[in-house]
Design a protein. Sequence first.
Length: 202
Amino acid sequence: MEIGIWSVLGMGLLIGLRHSLDADHVIAVSTIATRTGNPFKAGITGIFWGIGHTLTIVIVGCIFLLFGLGISEQFEYYFEAIVGIVLIYLGIRTLLDAKSQHAATTTSLNKFHIRSFLVGLIHGLAGSAALTILMVSQVNHSGQGILFLLLFGIGSVVGMFIIATLISIPMRTAKTRTVQNFILYVVGTVSIGFGIAFFFLN
């Protein structure tokens, strides 16, 4: 059965928004968004994450659409393992930043943008790729498939902007450096724990 253009539009946006709520995505962005010291700037880091994620998804999806190639379970496992390693790394960096007494610094914001973009790229290679290929395989035209991919990406970008903005608010409203550091310790510990769990859950 042919999928209508409005169905493609709706699915792409909604699945992209929902996908941004995945726990590993939220945790990864939280380790970066809590460092910017400003909700709007934190939201921008979320946008960079979404752009990186979308770039990978579009590349993988287009390869599937044009050549019918997929990602083997073995490679998918490797990608998931890389995501786990990245979460552990981000968690350790967050703990070290808190310990170094520079929790609220807003310097070198470009560094956070680059970090967020790269983390988004890596996440796009994990379970996202399999999800996207599954959905793209349901459309009957390459044009619809590409449109779905782009709208999926837009949904992810919007979702991560909102999430990153909200995550940064407690850090912004924290009255003392002690409270800020406590938030970073919690975020860093959760990121490390979730990264380790990746190796047992996949």
